[in-house]
Design a protein around this ligand. Sequence first.
Ligand code: ZN
Length: 463
Amino acid sequence: MQGLRSPTLRFLGAAGTVTGSRTLLDTGDSRILVDCGMFQGHKRLRLMNWEPFPIDPKSIDAVLLTHAHLDHCGYLPRLVKLGFEGPIYCTEGTRRLTEVVLKDSGHLQEEQAAHANRRGYSKHDPALPLYTREDADRCDPLFETIDFNTPIDLGNGVETSFAGAGHILGAASISVEVDHIRVVFSGDLGRPTHPLLLPPAEIGHADTAVTESTYGDEEHHDVDHEAGIAEAIGAAFDRGGMALIPAFAVDRTEVVLWHLDRLVADGRLPDVPVFVDSPMANRALDVYQDVVAASSPEIRPEIRGKRLFGSLRLTETRTVDESKELNDRSGPMIIISASGMATGGRIIHHLVHRIGDARNVVILVGYQAPGTRGDRLAKGERHIKMLGAYHQVRAGIRRVELSTHADRSELLDWIGTSSPLPGTVYVNHGEPAASQALVDGLHARFDLTAIAPTKGELVRLDL
Ligand SMILES: [Zn+2]
């Protein structure tokens, strides 16, 4: 009866889009879900979070989690709410960051539902959160922490191993071996230039690979980010102004602080107060400090065991009152706050307070999705709506792209580290043009079977 129990992959998300990463490996005896991400962005995508889950969550034996970004872990509380009760395997860094991220997400969704109910703009009456903070708490006992590069037996003849992906703290590429077939999932791949993390590990050997393609059609141009940051901030200080940096709470804040720390240590920036004003960023910062101090093997050897950001006069503001007190401060200083695309969070209040002053500078350090405030600022719009009113943009706006995603060449190079090359590469986690560009690149460079699967598509692994 060959064929009936062939191991299969089923692409339940991140097909034709960069969010909602979920791939099901079904061996016939075990169902393993690799990543359990939330769909984000346009409403069409967000509504997919409300679709019935395509299989019974109770029938999933385990979740393997590549890393703590919401588009990879953000559906977990919903899956648990729907009946999943198996283990969630991940690295220590991922577990700690995921707990921070999921609780924040549950809290945010409760707030959004409450807001919609107050204003009466939801189609559902009452508006419901996808999950609550309490639902997020229910994931905690399910996490099983595993070490990098240490094979784990999942039972029923399935073995898994996590290798560093160099993307954010804890991030892994995951290999799963069943019936002598080795499938490797890239997760999100980082860049060899990450200041804290080692570059992505080589594949070793994959019969089948599933790779992300966020930047499948783009090359990063390596420029001197530190020079750009120093010049922008220095000029603002010379004018008597301050610097405001919207940054993603997990990872980007750490990378920004890393560069600031070096600039101050080298005397290229004056030793001014630096405020991290984001509760989630501060919790993530604690995790980074701990993992670096514990000398995790994913951390660059030269900083293992060290205390990070020792050159900075760093203040972490936690309470709303502490955040508001920053409004009364003047003089040279740097405020880093979330969210990174200025779509919400405390950065909005700082922008309202500071953006009308031509002495100040706003530095955008990450990807700015089309239509977000960050994108409009980057495009030079002079009036930005925040908290219900328009505010004139007089502050300088600068872009310094600190990407933590591999570019096209780096993705192709990573596939090339498999020896022998994979028979098939499934390209997901990208906008359609980016995925197709990587598919074309894989064909041209390696002459292997490369496909961008469609959502819901099922493929056999044994042929
Ligand atoms: Zn990611």
